[in-house]
Design a protein around this ligand. Sequence first.
Ligand code: ZN
Ligand code: ZN
Length: 183
Amino acid sequence: MQIRVDQIKEGGLFLSFEEQVADFPALSVVDGDEVVFLAPLQISLRAIHVHGLVQIEGRAETEVRLVCGRCLKEFETPLVIPFSLTFSRDLPEAAADSEEEEGIEISAEEMGLIPFQGEAIDLREALQDQLVMGLPIRPLCQETCPGLCPQCGADLTLGDCGCERPTTVNRFDVLKNFKVDKE
Ligand SMILES: [Zn+2]
Ligand SMILES: [Zn+2]
């Protein structure tokens, strides 16, 4: 997952390649637990030079099996994770020469710049971070999934279980009568 900086010409460098989930240790950790990867990652990206920095934008696509956060049923879905990374060439000698400019270095990091050295950028670690952040936190099998009945635990996607549930109006009544002790 190395990108040679001298191969990034004007107009950018377009790459698409396949990576195994096992090549990303942080993904392997969650694989089989909260998410099951059903396919390798198809990664496509564009690398361009921007004001002396190298910007890499792209997306990773795969198929996953997730557990719905409401009805707890497993479902399979395509997963697309967009990413955007900006790399900045690290100049250790220049930095050592001008310790007073330390503040500038810190702000570079604060701006989300990822340092690299030499003629190649190793994408693996930075890309892994983006992939982990891009995993769905509370996936739903469908936006309108009604979930489980809080009383009997029945799967409401299969129909109403007949339990009485407090209506929205009742819930507001509860809030209305709830007094906060403000000392
Ligand atoms: Zn669901
Ligand atoms: Zn019920």
